[in-house]
Ligand binder design. Structure first.
Ligand SMILES: [Zn+2]
Length: 493
């Protein structure tokens, strides 16, 4: 969120800005699991790659493209409980047929033929669901690999500089697919350092959007200090270009409500796609005569704000883990969170210091932000509106890259979503928010980004933590090798 100048301002990233390049493992260290989708000579070489031998040969195997359709032996079939990411109830006896990088067929078992010779994985008591999508992160090379290892197959970077983003690239082995906004558009007083384009007038706003479009961004991010006229003009221009617009309008914690002109209602009316952190609602609340810090909140005002989101089809991306971590008296527990044990001690220490430095007053304001965000989540869900899952990692203390999204799902459930609604927020709804309908759901022709977990996350959302397989674009990846790759990438040079 950048309210502390922590994340979006890359000048202040002491620990996180350490330049760490990728290890050579990125070329061939993350391998398909033994016994899956491998045949003949390549099977032997891939197995050897898996135990760290024959590296020259590994490179050649990895560079061999997958036969896109071809033999049945190239087809992967998963059977068992399927949560398809649309928000629908789980299919108890389901099937997913993957051919190359895409899903060929999915549904109840009787709906799809199993090609002879296909490799079949029966997940038994486990669950097949779409790979998760984090709608709000700020990515750096040394934790880029953490997302995929935690089952997060796509990440939307919600403001960063182009040098950083283009250095990482949009995709590669052993890591999540990145979508990005590039620098946020903000007012002239922006605190965002080099990650902001500063604008004053409507013309400036339009020109900033055009320049970002020319750089190939996936979304436009509008930040807290932008003027009302530039906000409207930039939003309209982005939508003319067919791009989604995400906005952070400020919270009670951080710099408070005095720096923003645009509140959430104005942003909704301007036509944004998503409102990040449930920001701008406290300001709208106050402008409507309410007190956003009061406990309990005025339910009628919460209802009217939630109804505005629903009426305009705007996605609420509450990043509950962010304000929750700032509000908590003690640093949040990361026990059992995916990749917690791979997270470098200096990152953990950096977060603990960040948490310890918060004043009591800041915690109280963060708690008020959390309360308002959770109330909106509950009401929007009741009204059938749209909720998206995002973490803002690493802005909140101990909101881990990758693992933080599992925590976010749990907080969405605590706020009142059903586990299926929470999963929808990180899969089908997230893909729709990205403007990428080919992702986030399990159906024919969709990208085969999948997750297999132990247990049933539609009953207990904590099951998403128990990752058995990560499948990216049809490739079954071993969680152990992904974790090893993530660990190595934090220290490689
Ligand atoms: Zn952010």
């Amino acid at each position: 969120m950048g309210a502390y100048g922590i994340v979006e301002d890359s000048h202040d990233q002491s620990v996180l800005d350490e330049t760490v390049s990728f290890s050579k493992m990125a070329l061939f260290g993350v391998l398909e699991e033994e016994g899956l989708r491998i045949t003949g000579r390549n099977a032997v070489i891939r197995w050897l790659c898996g135990i760290g031998l024959f590296l020259t040969a590994c490179a050649s195997v990895e560079s061999t493209p997958h036969a896109a359709s071809a033999e049945a032996s190239d087809v992967l079939v998963l059977t068992g409980r399927v949560i398809d990411g649309t928000g629908a109830e789980p299919i108890a006896d389901g099937i997913v047929v993957v051919d190359g990088e895409s899903v060929r067929c999915a549904g109840p078992r009787a709906a799809c033929d199993v090609p002879r010779g296909a490799r079949v994985i029966d997940v038994e008591s486990g669950t097949i669901l779409p790979g998760l999508i984090d709608l709000h992160a700020h990515v750096r090379p040394h934790y880029l690999s953490f997302f995929l290892a935690a089952g997060v197959t796509s990440v939307r970077d919600a403001s960063n500089n182009f040098e950083m983003l283009e250095g990482m690239g949009r995709d590669g082995p052993g890591r999540a697919r990145l979508f990005w906004s590039g620098p946020a558009i903000d007012g002239e007083g922006s605190v965002l350092g080099q990650t902001a384009l500063r604008v004053r007038s409507a013309d400036d706003g339009r020109a900033a959007v055009d320049s970002l479009v020319a750089r190939g961004v996936d979304v436009i991010k509008l930040y807290q200090q932008i003027s009302t006229e530039a906000f409207h003009a930039a939003t309209r221009r982005a939508r003319e270009h067919g791009l989604p617009v995400a906005t952070d309008l400020g919270l009670q914690v951080g710099r408070g409500l005095t720096v923003s002109e645009v509140d959430a209602l104005e942003a909704i009316e301007a036509g944004v796609t998503s409102i990040e952190h449930a920001s701008g609602f406290a300001l709208a609340f106050r402008r409507l005569g309410g007190d956003p810090a009061r406990d309990p909140l005025d339910a009628a005002l919460v209802d009217s704000l939630a109804r505005a989101l629903v009426a305009y089809d705007v996605v609420l991306v509450p990043t509950l883990g962010l304000t929750h971590s700032f509000a908590s008296e003690t640093p949040p527990s990361i026990e059992g969170v995916p990749l917690a044990s791979e997270t470098p001690p200096d990152m953990i220490e950096w977060w603990r210091t960040m948490h310890a430095s918060l004043s009591r007053e800041a915690r109280v304001r963060a708690a008020a932000d959390y309360r308002l965000a959770a109330a909106l989540v509950r009401r929007v869900a009741e009204l059938g509106g749209r909720i998206g899952a995002g973490t803002d990692t690493p802005a909140g203390p101990l909101v881990l890259p990758g693992g933080g999204l599992h925590r976010e799902l749990e907080l969405l459930v605590e706020a009142g979503l059903s586990p299926l609604q929470a999963i929808h927020a990180a899969t089908g709804e997230a893909a729709r928010t990205l403007g990428r309908p080919e992702r986030g759901v399990i159906a024919a022709q969709k990208v085969a980004d999948l997750l297999v977990v132990d247990g049933d996350p539609s009953v207990d959302i904590h099951a998403t933590r128990r990752i058995r397989h990560v499948i990216k674009a049809g490739r079954v990846l071993s969680p152990d090798s992904l974790r090893a790759h993530a660990r190595a990438s934090t220290t490689a040079n």
